[in-house]
Design a protein around this ligand. Sequence first.
Ligand code: SAM
Length: 286
Amino acid sequence: MSDFQETLFEGYGQRFQIDKLLHDVHTEHQHLVIFENARMGRVMALDGVVQTSEADEFIYHEMLAHVPILAHGLARRVLIIGGGDGGVLREVARHRDIESITMVEIDDTVVQTCKEFLPNHSAGTFDDPRLKLVIADGMHFVTSTEEKFDVIISDSTDPIGPAEVLFSERFYQACRRCLNDGGILVTQNGTPFMQLGEVQTTAKRLHGLFADWHFYQAAVPTYLGGAMAFAWGACNAESRKLPLETLLQRFVGSGIVTRYYNPHVHIAAFALPQYVLHAIAKPSND
Ligand code: SAM
């Protein structure tokens, strides 16, 4: 039985036993493998970095979708950058009031392969009539589109290779341009314990661009190094300060049954540890 050794961090990493190799292909953009692991279910990796596993993807995709959409309260148009496995699409599509979902994914092979080998991630939502799937570079899309969105979700790989541009100042500026009044941007921003520099860089790039910026966290076992950070950029500073009652009303009203997200977790997720607050130069009462 062979192993998958993640290569994200020099000298430190995680190993998955490959119980069955399901797919291994060099796409136009990256090296894609999908394999079965007895403990984590089906696992996908891109360029040696674990992207998602069936066992815990619900944590990541629920937090990436429901936090901004329920905080916004009136979201109708959502843009997903990346997200080719379909997990965040599935969670966004559960919101009945969302009228339009645009997904801009650079690698069509990821979409097609995940439809086949990770069908529970998208759960058929690639056929949702509200979806417009655009196979393109997310950076090019946000810098050239005339469309506006209420929520933008960047569910990209790490800032190496094709996703490097999705962590640039120009990308965040373009996302800000594409947001309606009251709009919210959230992004995958790595695990602060292992990638604190990425959080610091994003903080500097969001500062001054949004009325409110911060990070929220969730521990996703598949993402090595502790809690995963999600960057938050909101056009309305009140979006992060909603009372629990409001979030509870919206959550119950959505009729969505979750396995990880709830309004208490939503609020708690924005409480950051001192070392992260210090790194992003924020007071502990922010
Ligand atoms: N949940 C994963 C994580 O936290 O790392 C991300 C999963 S999703 C598979 C990441 C997607 O971002 C991939 O499908 C990849 O092709 C896509 N991607 C990378 N760079 C991109 C770009 N510049 N524009 C659009 N999609 C991009």
